[in-house]
Design a protein around this ligand. Structure first.
Ligand code: BES
Ligand code: MN
Ligand code: ZN
Length: 490
């Protein structure tokens, strides 16, 4: 997909489809199209400019078919970057049914006071994300999206950099989506490590990959126990970005990297297992974010950490009732082998603090079904004890258009993870499952500033969204990148 910008006040000479956004007042600012559009705008029952509505029609111009899509933005006072991104996404979806290759988006139909750089970059990002499809295994590729070029037309001075940034962000998000959509028979821990290496080499990032023997030497026993039921070798992936060499502060981004989660002996029902190739969505977000961070070059030090493995059943697998000693020294009673993600995260965080000198921790993970029950596919569940950090996450989320919701943590929720035979147990039970899982992870942060992001609902979706098909979303790539930018500027 080619996304470009035409910095002009007039409409381009050639296009197959023109997308024109309208508020409910249906004011036409692009006067060159007045003859073509006015009859449609005047007929009140055809198009009302309502949010998420589109109207498509076709004309013949110089013996060629030219399509027009009126894209509703709703009323002016509720307008936001998200509404614009959704409306452009939906319009491109409507266009995708036609055999057309070149779409243009006429942003000048929105008054400049309503448009910021953020609005335009969000629209560009959305249009690129909307074009993504995972069809590499389809022999008969559904050619349902023919558009290969989208031109944003805008006289706004910020449009050039906005479109460029939005399209670039989409490329980093696409890295994550491709990793997550790849099925688990292919996306093994070793392939995840290899892909991370390719991404880092391209981005100019340092990367170190540890194998089973190295992981054993580090005494990452919680991680190793989850991995040991599988024939696939676990990999510890460490990516480093040195943006502020004069500072000792290092922020760790720790991503859950279960390339498959069968549940282990606490086996999942088939229906829940079906999407468990996506259980490395957190690690994909970290890998995509590391590349995005390298490209935007903030003045901050970041280490990206992924403890990648599979949760499988075999004669070598860990068992309910086992007691492990984690890298931190804390002992853990295994009450459910399906609560594996927190075990891998525990050791990854201890590694971040003790071996990489991390002074601040963000973990991102497809950790609990409870997060999906509470927040559906709409919000990531965020846990942090520090309201200043929560405010930063909220601010980043406004930029990235990835919704977040703060989930509670307190002593009572932390107590759910207490065991009578070990320091901790790996499940606090069903009630408040998102919070108690987060609290378990928090036990390993050694009092450092910490943010936990449970993306079980948002990383991989069953119901399509205005600019996301069902499948991997790359949730977290943009959020982490914006969060890091906020911290770099503090
Ligand atoms: N990977 C799952 C969580 C998950 C569920 C991700 C749905 C994406 C969609 C995690 O490892 C898990 O199995 N969690 C258990 C924990 C329970 C056993 C305490 C869960 O949520 O059921
Ligand atoms: Mn599990
Ligand atoms: Zn899992």
């Amino acid at each position: 997909m080619n996304i470009n910008i035409l910095h002009t006040t007039s409409i381009p000479a050639e296009y197959d489809v023109a997308i024109i956004p309208f508020f409910e007042d249906k004011q036409l600012l692009v006067s060159e199209l007045s003859d073509t559009l006015t009859p449609y705008l005047a007929a009140n029952d055809i198009f009302k400019g309502k949010e998420e509505s589109t109207y498509i029609f076709t004309t013949v111009q110089n013996k060629k078919l030219v399509h027009y899509i009126l894209a509703g933005l709703g009323n002016q006072k509720d307008f936001s970057a998200e509404i614009l991104a959704n409306s452009i996404g939906l319009a491109l979806k409507a266009a995708s049914a036609k055999k057309i290759s070149h779409a243009c988006v006429l942003l000048d139909n929105i008054k400049p006071d309503f448009l910021s750089e953020h609005h335009i970059s969000s629209a560009a990002k959305a249009s690129a994300l909307g074009a993504y499809k995972f069809d590499k295994f389809l022999s008969d590729k559904k050619e349902d999206l023919h558009i290969d070029t989208i031109t944003f037309v805008s006289s706004c001075d910020c449009a050039k950099s906005a479109v460029k940034n939005g399209a670039a962000t989409a490329d980093f998000i696409t890295i994550a989506r491709e990793l997550v959509d790849e099925p688990a028979n292919i996306m093994k821990p070793s392939l995840l490590a290899k892909r991370a290496k390719e991404v880092c080499e391209k981005a100019g990032l340092e990367i170190e990959i540890f194998n089973r023997e190295d992981i054993a030497k580090l005494q990452m026993n919680a991680f190793l126990n989850v991995a040991k039921g599988s024939d696939e070798e676990p990999k510890l992936i460490v990516m480093r970005y040195h943006g502020n060499p004069s500072s000792n502060e290092i922020t760790a981004l720790v991503g859950k990297g279960l390339t498959y989660d069968s549940g282990g002996y606490s086996i999942k029902p088939t229906s829940s297992m079906l999407t468990m190739k996506s259980d490395m969505g957190g690690s994909a977000a970290v890998i995509g974010a590391m590349a995005a961070i390298a490209a935007s070059a903030p003045k901050i030090n970041i280490v990206g950490i992924v403890a990648a493995c599979e949760n499988m059943i075999s004669g070598h697998a860990y068992l309910p009732g086992d007691i492990l000693t984690s890298m931190s020294g804390k002992t853990i009673e295994i009450v459910n082998t399906d609560a594996e993600g927190r075990l891998t995260l525990a050791d990854a965080i201890t590694y971040a603090i003790r071996k990489e000198n991390a002074s601040r921790i963000v973990d991102i993970c497809t950790l609990t079904g409870a997060a999906v029950v509470a927040l559906s596919e709409e919000y990531a569940g965020i846990i942090t004890k520090d309201t200043a950090l929560w405010n930063d996450v909220e601010q980043a989320s406004e930029k990235s258009l990835e919704p977040v919701w703060r989930m509670p943590i307190n002593k009572a929720l932390e107590k759910k993870n207490k065991s009578s035979v070990a320091d901790l147990k790996n499940s606090g039970g069903r009630w408040g499952g998102c919070s108690s899982a987060g609290a378990f992870v928090g036990e390993f942060t050694e009092g450092k500033p910490w943010v936990h992001m449970d993306i079980a609902g948002t990383a991989f979706i069953e119901t399509e969204k205005p600019y996301f098909r069902a499948g991997a979303t790359g949730y977290g790539v943009h959020l982490l990148c914006e969060l890091v930018k906020i911290w770099a500027e503090k």
